[in-house]
Design a protein around this ligand. Sequence first.
Ligand SMILES: [Zn+2]
Length: 503
Amino acid sequence: MINIRKSTVHTANTLRAQALVNDHSVISSAEFSQSRKNISLVVTSTQLKSVNPHVTYYRSGRNLSEVVLRPESGNRILIGNELIPATVVVVNGKITKIHPGVLDPISVCDCGNVINAGDSVVMPGIVDSHVHVNEPGRTEWEGFWTATRAAAAGGITTLIDMPLNSIPPTTTVSNLLEKHHAADGKCHVDVGFWGGVVPDNVDDLQPLVENGVDDLQPLVENGVVGFKCFLIHSGVDEFPSVEETHVDEALSKLKGTGSVLAFHAEVDCSSNPENDANPNEYKTFLESRPPQMEKDAIELVAKLCRKHGDVRCHIVHLSAADAIPTIAKLKAEGYPLTVETCPHYLTLNADTISDNDTTFKCCPPIRNPENQEKLWEALKEGVIDLIVSDHSPCVAELKQPGVKDFMSAWGGISSVQFGLPIIWTSAKDRGLSISDVSRWMSRNPAQLAGLGNTKGQIQEGYDADFVVWDPEADTLIEESSILHRNKLTPYKHRQLTEFKAVW
Ligand SMILES: [Zn+2]
């Protein structure tokens, strides 16, 4: 058994709870109750906290106490792998009791508060373990206030911030404390942090250990959920890539901690585009980052994973299906490897990306439909474990569709708000279930982040993190509905399923 450490998440001053989505905006639960005749929502014991003159949020979440949550009828609460009728009692932000059936609240709890979910689906809140918040340092790209508000609007109740694109990057304890300070009072959802492995902090490990201080161990103890490294240029100079020797040393340091090392799995190979290739065509960018770059990187990860045995390794944002056999083999051998992919690799199509539309640029790149179908198959077979956003926005000047070319535009896709509707829209067409989606987007990411004992499932003793939504409804993504700080996204004007509420 791998020892999954319980991670620390930033919950102080959490604003999450009843950030509700309706008519393309986040509204209060009181407004929600009025706007949906078939749903009654009464939460009387929590204090309204006005943190923004234009929007009212409940200060609630884990502070939410004495609430009974139930559907009006039908099999609509996801417990384990089944949608069943159930009545859930929440006390002080924890699920204390799950009763089968839709019961009279008075018979299960003397709570004064009843959340009647009507005919909506009640599912564990989404856990997005791959988000670039970029604050401090590049707050004009995104920030804790905007990223977590957009996340709440997308059904996410926990997000884990990546260690790079903020300045400073999260590579030391003091930098982590800067992150906590920057996040304080701005989080609408629970937030955790990844640490980073860079050449500098790996080189420092041994002398630091000899002096009784180790840069990685304190980061683990101070609550990073794990570490990320790059095997190729990261896109920002302050977070340099690592070599095999650095990774080898880092994995040695992580042995016995229960922590995990995540890899941006691309390595350079000799396939740069011809000098005369047109940088405004998507094809030019795609050919500059062939599947072989991922395949070679994952071969290296496999080698190191086998060498270090029981240290957890994780591959972020897999795009190239060519690497799936290597991954499947390693997992079949019993090594603790997990793999994620992203909504853009599962739903967008390289063949239809227009010239100059740099909103689609990300690394590794979006590939063709044949590749995409293999990713779905790997998800179904459990070779790919989870789906996360890799929300990686920037200011418009660095992305600029039509102005920047593919080779010079920022590589990163903004989508933290839309992961669940994007995936459900495609998953239901493939005959996949709500339970499948919840496993990929809640349970497995929670386990990756060391939160598998408290989040990602509706179970007694777990955190009361819920997303309430209607899998049959549709909505159109328009600029006015986007709550990310920067609104450029390839999903604009897409028709997706609609959300109702998160707690
Ligand atoms: Zn990323």
